[in-house]
Design a protein around this ligand. Structure first.
Ligand code: SAM
Ligand code: DTB
Ligand code: SF4
Length: 369
């Protein structure tokens, strides 16, 4: 049961969201136990492979170039650096790596070639690889899939109605198109939203309705609480109450019984008790490591302690889907072939010049004088 038919209308979903909290969590916990191993929580790591300087105007985002935040822009990381970070994350118990780039969209250039190599390398380490790189065409999705990409994260962020209050440089429909392109390439979809941006409860439910309307709802639904960053238009947003996040997690759990509900940004402001309610109410994953993309997150050790106290175990990679195969990338292969060919031609040209240069000089003999 991908979508719960009992809650397929906006009215039914809103009344679910507004249920007495403990009733809601109990219902969510019951569904969670039916479809998932409730002791398992996946630890995923986030890595900002390209930071800041983004041309978009997402009102919540510290990486938008137009806002004056403390984020230092950084060009795309090297493949080796990324593989090292992935190794550390794996050693700390993460079974999934989500690589994020502050791009409006993927461009077919050298940077994308590097991302393809990163995906190949991390998949070959046995971790689930997720990317969030902005808008993506079907061809780009296929290339990433061929490299071994497991999931693509692209959030709708809020309801269709509230979306335009927060973002103007990209349409809701364009986000739906990217999600569709990931689907067409056979990539697992990770898409969710943020609460605490000034939206109403109807907007929160509206976000979930957008997923209800899909033929195939996302396999993963991340629920973020806004991290209000100084310098962004949403810097003064009042922090949400912890129970609001619990409500959103539980409602999402019930509405999409098979999906993984990912408790994402905002945990530094949550008590362990509130996080425990989220796990009870169906959260199946957290981001681990002291940094999200640019903002703080609880330390690995703090989360390990929490897992111990709550009796949770870190979920292994590929428990929810087979590991994709990493195939050679035809574009990289062709580029390498051309580079090799150029190198050989250059060498041949050089030795020809040398041959000409070192042709024995005609020595004037006594006879020729
Ligand atoms: N640039 C790409 C894009 O927007 O698709 C990928 C990176 S973007 C930072 C990924 C997601 O992070 C956003 O869609 C948003 O849901 C979330 N996010 C960004 N800033 C946030 C904040 N301050 N608080 C909570 N979530 C945030
Ligand atoms: C998602 O839904 N949340 C993550 C991940 N997908 C890419 C990102 C949260 C970012 C929080 C703000 C920051 O650290 O820059
Ligand atoms: Fe750019 Fe993504 Fe941030 Fe929007 S959320 S400003 S697209 S990095």
């Amino acid at each position: 049961m991908k979508c719960n038919p009992e809650y397929s209308s906006k009215e039914a979903l809103l009344s679910l969201y507004q249920k007495p909290l403990l009733e809601l969590v109990f219902e969510a916990a019951t569904i969670h136990r039916k479809y998932h191993n409730s002791r398992e929580v996946q630890m995923s790591s986030l890595l900002s492979i390209k930071t800041g300087g983004c041309p978009e105007d997402c009102g919540y985002c510290p990486q938008a170039a137009r806002y004056h935040t403390d984020v230092d822009a950084h060009k795309l990381m090297n493949v080796d650096e990324v593989l090292n970070q992935a190794k550390n994350a794996k050693a700390n118990g993460s079974s999934r790596l989500c690589m994020g780039a502050a791009w409006r969209e993927i461009r077919d250039n050298k940077d994308f070639d590097k991302v393809v190599e990163m995906v190949q390398g991390v998949n070959e380490m046995g971790m689930e690889v997720c990317c969030t790189l902005g808008m993506m065409s079907e061809g780009q999705a296929k290339r990433l899939k061929n490299a071994g990409l497991f999931a693509y994260n692209h959030n709708l962020d809020s309801s269709k109605e509230f979306y335009s209050d927060v973002i103007s440089t990209r349409e809701y429909e364009q986000r739906l198109d990217t999600i569709d392109n990931a689907r067409k390439a056979g990539i697992s979809v990770c898409s969710g939203g943020i609460i605490g941006m000034g939206e109403t409860e109807e907007d929160r439910v509206g976000l979930l309705m957008s997923y209800m309307e899909m033929e195939n709802p996302p396999e993963s639904i991340p629920i973020n609480a806004l991290v209000a960053v100084e310098g962004t238009p949403l810097e003064d947003q009042k922090p949400i109450e912890q129970w609001e996040l619990i409500r959103m997690v539980a409602t999402t759990r019930i509405a999409f019984p098979e999906s993984i509900v990912r408790l994402s940004a905002g945990r530094t402001k949550m008590s362990m008790e509130a996080q425990a309610m989220c796990f009870l109410g169906g959260a199946g994953s957290i981001f681990a490591g002291d940094k999200l993309l640019t903002t703080p997150n609880p330390e690995f050790n703090e989360d390990k302690e929490m897992f111990k106290i709550l009796g949770l175990v870190a979920k292994e990679s590929f428990a929810d889907g087979e590991q994709p195969v990493t195939n050679p990338d035809p574009i990289l292969l062709e580029k390498k072939r051309l580079a090799k060919q150029r190198e050989l031609e250059l060498e041949a040209a050089k030795s020809k010049v040398q041959d000409d240069t070192f042709e024995p000089r005609k020595v004037r003999t006594v006879d020729s004088l």
